[in-house]
Design a binder for this molecule. Structure first.
Ligand code: GTP
Ligand code: MG
Length: 182
């Protein structure tokens, strides 16, 4: 009854978009300003209590640096969920995210739940109402553009800030809702 459902989840995305930071926020509710790049991959687990079930996420946080690309299939093989991350201040990182989605939809398990997360929104959102428009000048990926892409490809879509803890829990709980009870 209370035995957790194990869910293998993989994070993919360009280097420095904030994959490890999203995991650190989700697992430890913490943030590091100068997080070191991941080498190979890191493994962490986190339980997630839902109304009707308990999930245990087994999280593979992969390295975004290109030299590690060939390792990725080991981590997304048999994964039930994937979080593909880009940086809203870096348009090229969305292109990279799209190529990961394409690879997952070709090579990963056919019923994998994929979430697209545009991270670092703290860099483009005014902290309070009165703040100047110039606070938004760093955005390179409009929300609507990424959302339209996500809809077209059947992905969950989120904008997040690992730094401020915005939208991070939602990524994992919305994935959890889509994982079938076994
Ligand atoms: P690789 O392991 O090399 O693939 O990078 P990564 O995607 O794991 O990125 P990481 O979490 O290491 O973050 C890279 C840098 O971005 C670090 O200096 C983080 O502090 C910073 N960072 C991560 N998330 C955010 C965020 O939401 N907002 C801001 N402002 N900075 C962030
Ligand atoms: Mg990392």
């Amino acid at each position: 009854n209370i035995k957790p459902i194990q869910v293998k989840l993989v994070l993919l995305g360009e280097a420095a978009v904030g994959k490890s930071s999203l995991v650190l926020r989700f697992v430890n509710n913490d943030f590091q300003e100068n997080k070191e790049p991941t080498i190979g991959a890191a493994f962490l687990t986190q339980k997630c209590r839902m109304e009707d079930k308990v999930l245990k996420f087994e999280i593979w946080d992969t390295a975004g640096q290109e030299r590690f690309h060939s390792l990725a299939p080991m981590y997304y093989r048999n994964a039930q969920a994937a979080v593909v991350v880009y940086d809203v201040t870096k348009a090229a990182s969305l292109d990279k995210a799209k190529s990961w989605v394409k690879e997952l939809q070709r090579q990963a398990s056919p019923n994998i739940v994929i979430a697209l997360a545009g991270n670092k929104i703290d860099l483009v959102q005014p902290v309070d109402e009165g703040e100047e428009e110039s606070a938004n000048s760093g955005r390179q990926v409009p929300t609507e553009e990424a959302k339209a892409y996500a809809n077209e490809f059947g992905l969950l879509f989120f904008e997040t800030s690992a730094k401020k803890g915005v939208g991070v829990r939602e990524v994992f709980t919305e994935i959890a809702k889509k994982i079938p009870l076994e």
